[in-house]
Design a protein around this ligand. Structure first.
Ligand SMILES: N[C@@H](CCOP(=O)(O)O)C(=O)O
Length: 462
């Protein structure tokens, strides 16, 4: 398996080089040169594997023999040994039509741990084997940051700098990042939105001289390893229902901001997992909802919501999806992304929109609807949804037909978003790991939102 760029200007590279490159050097995103096709027999043979066994099977398809099997197995086992649930990502039944895939049993209580525990260990492994310097630069709207830091804190040979939008993440998210006191961690609180943070890091990665001089590596979902690791739980969730005789084709409902998680589901679908619809749930920052409904991709006005991790206008992985929507035509992707840069908008023709709507349905959840879903499911099923998961569940209620089975991805533990949950008078007890954060000193530097502000910090830190 080799990896190529959505913009077609990078010679095919292997898995390790793809991980190290992060953003493709031509400004595009790396994708596998072909998507492995899984037969029904193969899917059946995977049905009773443990999470770790399944992850190893799936990673093997994408890593080839670049990492010896015993080493890959150790990386997988170490990565998921940190999870609190023995199933790693268990599925809970809510009612006949709705199951929740709990992705928050890792160290930072968010779905990002599934990929970032693995990527942290992978970076350590690669740095040891290839003598590569690993200087991680990432942007977060709240969850990726803490999870990425947790994946590499204290690891020799690795440094990490995370940009988050100052004052626009939840208190627990901020504490999870900024109470870490390892010397290899730098938190920059940027005066701006997540979109500003993401734009800055992408521009710094696209400055190939700067990127190479400072050995910048990515932990956001621009890094293909993130997508591959997140694909595993779609299979695992499906198998958990199939093992109980409950699944034929299922919907997956995915709270969506940067399009990475739902793109992992799309990859699973392209590999052959029997998915009916991918339900794309946004909050009031609904650029992706509008794209699925109308075929126009155009940022709107930024809104601060109760689901801050999804307060995103420009979705990183959208380019990967465009690549497949346009039949793996990198010239078309380059043209469309150029158009987006020039005009701030992409509009697709009717035949392409029909293809989008064959795989996706979308709904943008308003702030009060999100809180209503939290109260309703708490009252009716005694199940506490975090605000992001609540968006996915509210979208399912709107879009799934009677008789369909939907697996809603639960992307974070509710304790991370107590500010929102308290608004509906629901009291929760924090897990001890979160409770302990409130007593620790914070370490962060508040910075302006220009590329030079960030460059100055990076040059000092790296
Ligand atoms: N919602 C994310 C934003 C970054 O997304 P990523 O999947 O590209 O890391 C967050 O919580 O930081």
């Amino acid at each position: 398996m080799e990896y190529i760029s959505t913009r077609g200007q990078v010679a095919p590279i292997g898995f390790i080089d793809a991980i190290l490159m992060g953003l493709a050097d031509d400004g595009g995103l790396l994708v596998p040169q072909h998507i492995p096709q899984l037969s029904a027999d193969m899917l059946k043979s995977w049905q009773r594997l443990s999470y770790q066994e399944l992850a190893l099977e799936i990673f093997t398809l994408f890593v080839n023999d670049e990492i010896p099997c015993a080493d890959l197995k150790r990386l997988v086992d170490d990565s998921y040994a940190t999870f609190r649930d023995e199933d790693v990502t268990p599925v809970r039944r809510i009612n006949n039509g709705l199951h929740v895939l709990e992705l928050f049993h890792g160290p930072t209580f968010a779905f990002k741990d599934v990929a970032l525990q693995f990527l942290g260990n992978l970076y350590q492994y690669v740095s040891g084997k290839t003598n590569s310097i690993i200087h991680i630069l990432g942007a977060t709207s709240g969850d990726t940051g803490a999870s990425a830091i947790e994946g590499v804190r204290g690891k020799a040979g690795i440094r990490i700098c995370i940009l988050h939008p100052h004052g626009k993440v939840s208190k627990v998210q901020e504490l999870q990042m900024t109470t870490v006191d390892d010397a290899n961690v730098l938190n920059l609180a940027v005066d701006g939105t997540f979109d500003d943070c993401q734009r800055i890091i992408k521009e710094l990665f696209a400055d190939v001289d700067f990127k190479h001089r400072y050995h910048l590596r990515a932990i956001n979902s621009i890094n293909i390893a993130r997508i591959l690791a997140q694909t595993v739980y779609y299979f695992y969730a499906y198998f958990q229902l199939a093992n109980k005789g409950q699944a034929d084709k299922v919907n997956f409902s995915v709270p969506t901001g940067n399009f990475g998680d739902i793109f992992a589901g799309y990859l699973a679908l392209k590999m052959g997992l029997p998915i009916n619809k991918l339900i794309l749930a946004t909050n009031e920052n609904n650029i992706l909802e509008r794209f699925v409904r109308e075929g126009v991709y155009e940022p709107g006005e930024f809104r601060g919501t109760y689901s801050p991790s999804m307060d995103i206008q420009v979705a990183s992985n959208f380019e990967r999806y465009l690549y497949y929507l346009y039949g793996e035509d990198s010239a078309a992707v380059t043209r469309l992304m150029g158009q987006f840069k020039a005009d701030g908008r992409i509009a697709i023709p009717a035949d392409k929109l029909a293809a989008v709507q064959a795989d996706f349905a979308a709904y943008g959840v308003q702030n009060e609807e999100c809180l209503d879903a939290i109260s309703d499911y708490h009252a009716k099923y005694d199940y506490l949804l975090d605000p992001h998961t609540a968006c996915g569940v509210a979208a399912t209620d709107k879009l799934a037909d009677d008789g369909e089975v939907t697996i809603a991805l639960s992307t974070a533990h509710p304790a991370k978003f107590d500010e929102a949950i308290r608004l509906r008078g629901i009291a929760q007890t924090y897990p001890p790991q979160i409770e302990a954060l409130f007593d620790k000193p914070q370490h962060q530097t508040v910075v302006g939102g220009t590329n030079d502000d960030i460059k100055d910090q990076l040059v000092k830190f790296f």
